[in-house]
Design a protein around this ligand. Structure first.
Ligand SMILES: [Cu+2]
Length: 197
């Protein structure tokens, strides 16, 4: 092979490597919390503080545990399976992990009745934690799905059935009724507690 060809091949490989690294890691880039753009994402090793960025305001924390084939939301000592509640217009920190295989916690605005401008997901990885901070700008139902194929069951459950619901409301009393009093850790901002729905 000519020397020029080898050099050209080398640079082509370097470019391909750089592109694939970019594609692989770009979805995990830490965006940082910005109250005006509604989204922040932490890398899987991100410290809790990094997920929140410099934001120090009130927030609600929800622990999301993925398991074949359901989502457990742990607001307090108890667990809500496949459903949870969040306040509207408050930062909600989701702390996500898996107890078995890779899953992806994915919130679909498209499946709700609202056009909210975000579909958002984070990997649920055994042994690690992913963090995302979201602000739900409108009340209503948000559909949760698993966006990482995580297996088939012989009968019944499986990846396709790994779905859930997040209900966003400004009404803390209503939220408490929906969850049987098992509210996520944190505070519904008092100024919206008495808001409509
Ligand atoms: Cu899954």
């Amino acid at each position: 092979m000519k020397r020029g060809t080898v050099i050209a091949l080398f640079f082509a490989l370097v470019i391909i490597a750089a592109l694939s690294l970019e594609i692989q890691y770009s979805s995990y880039d830490y965006i940082g919390y910005n109250p005006t753009n509604n989204a922040g994402e932490g890398v899987v090793h991100a410290a809790y503080d990094n997920a929140l960025g410099s934001y120090k305001g009130p927030y609600v924390v929800i622990y999301v545990e993925a398991q074949q084939w359901h989502w457990d939301f742990n607001p307090h000592q108890r667990t809500n399976t496949n459903m949870t509640v969040v306040p509207v217009d408050e930062p909600v920190l989701f702390e996500i992990h898996s107890v078995d295989v890779f899953h992806e916690f994915f919130i679909q605005s498209a499946a709700s009745n609202f056009s909210l401008g975000f579909n958002f997901g984070a990997e649920a990885v055994p042994g690690y934690y992913s963090y995302i901070v979201l602000v739900f700008p409108k009340p209503g139902y948000y559909h949760v799905a698993c966006a990482e194929f995580c297996g088939l069951a012989g009968v019944g459950l499986g990846h396709s059935w790994m779905v859930g619901t997040i209900y966003a409301t400004s009404n803390a009393t209503l939220a408490s009724e929906i969850t049987g009093g098992v509210m996520p850790t944190g505070q519904w901002d008092p100024h919206v507690v008495n808001g409509t729905i």
